[in-house]
Design a protein around this ligand. Sequence first.
Ligand code: NAD
Length: 358
Amino acid sequence: MQGFTHAQGPLRVVFGRGDRSRAGEEVARLGCERALVLSTPGRAATAEEVRGHLGGRAVATFDGARRHTPVEVTETALEVLRDARADCVVAVGGGSTTGLGKALAARTGVAQVVIPTTYAGSEVTEVLGETIGGVKTTRRGPEILPEVVIYDPELTDSLPVSLSVTSGLNAMAHASEGVYAGDSTPLTTLIALEGLRALRDALTGLTGVQGTGEHAREDAHRDARDHALYGAWLCGLVLGGVSMSIHHKLCHTLGAALDLPHAETHAVLLPHTTAFVEQALPEALAPVGALFGGSAGAGLHTFAASLGAPTRLADLGVDDGDLDDVATLATANPYWSPRPFTRDDVRALLQRAWEGVL
Ligand code: NAD
């Protein structure tokens, strides 16, 4: 067995239907008294409800979070935080809202309670991506990791199925890439495989919920939602625990260069990057293949298609004339990959993803 170093952040997780009502208790447990509640405009009503659960501990709301954490939004929120003399943030939403909470914590040291409403996984990582002048930069550090996460699957019941599928595949990409990470440990691999299994079953259930009666359907739906969020937590832990490589690098390059939606880009690329690595490391990816039937890349391809996920970059509005530049950008700075590659390899991979053919 190879040696390893495994580190786990000091993070508290509360999981349960309706547990957003425990937000006040968790804020108090942190020793905080003045919470700023954060959301995107789309989640403002949920944030308002959570504010109610905070009672006198809520001092302000900011519902202007935007995707890719633009610094100008952070600066506006920072003013609200300072004016309200907040000592913690309660972030209610997807990765965009979590990102804003992390950006505020990185600047002021305030504590964070995150209540996720998608499967992005950012809430359990000490990574912050911010956009400054249209350029996304990433930093990491212990001050960025939220102190508490409340997973309340009830809040994901409203997530449209198509968004649940792409967000779930985004989470699965963290786990799939974690399996072949250079710094994986036996525990991160176990967590990754359990996360993939949970999301596989949950997304299959969610897209094909059938039953003889309404109650049976509702129960199956709830069960699928619970397991999807459980899987998202596990996949997020993998993202936070090990280094990502070719898949995340390509998604970030594509997303930033062509302003593509985050989760959909991950969903389209996942089978292609996995198949590419699998050719060099079939043994490492064999457990993933076993979960999806056959090989990992082809299995994930069939799985994503069966869920109705977008399977072609062309579906996301990408012009194949842009792929040359993306390949050049993605290979401009060398980075670790389990399978070494050239610019031509990446260009060919992008072409396959554009066509949706493995
Ligand atoms: P998001 O937070 O932008 O949410 C996507 C959309 O879904 C938004 O329009 C939102 O209003 C809506 N939405 C959210 N929850 C909903 C619900 N329950 N019901 C209905 N609609 C809902 O997107 P995301 O995919 O959650 O996160 C993507 C962002 O997170 C990106 O900026 C990405 O870079 C970042 N991210 C960061 C990390 C990290 O570790 N730093 C990890 C993963 C993602």
